[in-house]
Design a protein around this ligand. Structure first.
Ligand SMILES: [Zn+2]
Length: 152
């Protein structure tokens, strides 16, 4: 019996939901569906460079489960690239995490931290402690905490 996959946590929706080879109408293409949790796994492991245990923690799944998700995700992306298929990003048993955005005032690195995990104490990129809350589309409600502008 399959265990329920409910509520893998993802940090946000992808900026677009379909990728396809240029110049070919979507109707003429086969497509692969990448679920939102698979998309999130690629974002965490391959773009942000998180280790699997950290990425699993973010998504609230076990490390083994994360390993399976990322493996399936990479296979689908590879298949789309190699075979020239359209790639659709949709679905999956997920919940969207509310994120706070922080910015380093020294190196300007910007990163997301899920709510409920505490305020970071240093920049993950340069380890400097001068960080502040960045204003962003997901942090509007707390704009009062936004970075001071035009000062250095
Ligand atoms: Zn920094």
């Amino acid at each position: 019996m399959a265990r329920p996959k409910c509520c893998r946590r993802v940090a946000g929706e992808p900026p677009c939901q379909i990728f396809k080879p240029a110049g070919v109408p979507a109707s003429a293409l086969d497509h692969v569906v990448l679920s939102m949790d698979e998309f999130e796994a690629i974002r965490l492991a391959d773009l942000d460079g998180l280790y699997h245990d950290k990425a699993a923690e973010r998504m609230k799944v076990s490390r083994q489960t994360f390993g399976r998700i990322i493996e399936a995700a990479r296979h689908k992306v590879a298949e789309a690239l190699v075979k020239g298929l359209a790639l659709r990003i949709e679905g999956g048993e997920i919940e969207i995490a509310k994120m706070r955005i922080f910015r380093c005032m020294k190196c300007r690195h910007q990163w997301d931290v899920p709510f409920g995990t505490g305020r970071p104490t240093q920049c993950p990129s340069c380890s400097d402690a001068s960080i502040c809350r960045a204003e962003g589309q997901r942090g509007r409600r707390n704009a009062g905490e936004a970075c001071p502008r035009g000062r250095s």
